[in-house]
Design a protein around this ligand. Structure first.
Ligand SMILES: Cc1cc2nc3c(=O)[nH]c(=O)nc-3n(C[C@H](O)[C@H](O)[C@H](O)COP(=O)(O)O)c2cc1C
Length: 213
């Protein structure tokens, strides 16, 4: 029996036209984020990359600029748009801000409300949901301070994808390995396409006086 002709309909593109801010932090897993970015772009997602100063020591902005086809922001004091000096407007246009790799440092800074560089300031002021994909040494991940910060942020509506257990760049094995690009992509797609799955933008949640967080 002859085989039916291959389907000519294009694969579904659930991320088509979505806007993501990809915030890259200073962990060795930053190299894997180039692959994640390429996968997002191939799914017709618009991605704007922002980087911490530490992240630029691991992968150059040029790599992300080339893959995203957009300028990469690394400096709070570089002001391309005088009406939006802190680049906060970027998060107003975005459907999601994905922090990958999320270092112990950026998790701690977010939990403490610190805003001393472009990425931490944008997270603090984000008008869209913020999702972290942590990557760090197993002892950093299991450090009670990190765990307490993760619990606090989860309670506040931030999402976490991973980390996984496995081989770590420090040549240890344990929890702290960033989820693979495919798993992050799947989780992001699910968050963006499941009705009601998107957590409220944290910055817009007004707490009542004396309410515990
Ligand atoms: C080679 C090297 C690898 C590192 N890898 C990680 C990592 O995977 N996760 C992490 O949390 N910190 C890691 N660090 C430490 C961070 O780079 C450091 O805490 C930095 O202040 C993070 O800054 P950022 O959060 O602003 O990007 C690493 C440092 C070095 C020198």
């Amino acid at each position: 029996m002859p085989k039916p002709p291959p389907s000519t309909s294009p694969p579904p593109q659930p991320l088509h036209g979505r806007e993501i801010i990809l915030a890259v932090c200073g962990g060795i897993a930053a190299y894997k984020v180039a692959d994640l970015l390429s996968k997002l772009v191939q799914r017709s997602c618009g991605v704007t990359v922002v980087m911490t100063p530490s992240a630029t020591r691991f992968v150059t902005p040029l790599t992300f600029q080339t893959l995203s086809g957009r300028p990469v922001r690394t400096d709070m004091w570089d002001l391309p748009d005088s009406s939006d000096p802190q680049h906060i407007g970027l998060t107003e246009k975005a459907n999601l801000m994905l922090v990958a790799p999320a270092t112990a440092n950026i998790i701690a800074k977010t939990a403490a409300g610190l805003c001393d560089d472009l990425v931490s300031t944008m997270i603090n002021a984000a008008a869209c949901p913020v999702v972290f994909a942590p990557a760090m040494n197993n002892l950093m991940w299991t450090n009670p301070i990190t765990q307490e910060n993760v619990q606090k942020l989860t309670r506040l509506g931030y999402r976490f994808i991973g980390p996984e257990e496995g081989w770590l760049a420090c040549r240890n094995t344990g929890p702290g390995r960033m989820s693979e690009a495919g798993s992050i992509l799947e989780a992001v797609t699910q968050i963006l396409t499941s009705p009601g799955a998107i957590p409220k933008p944290v910055a817009r949640t007004i707490l009542k006086p004396n309410e515990d967080v």
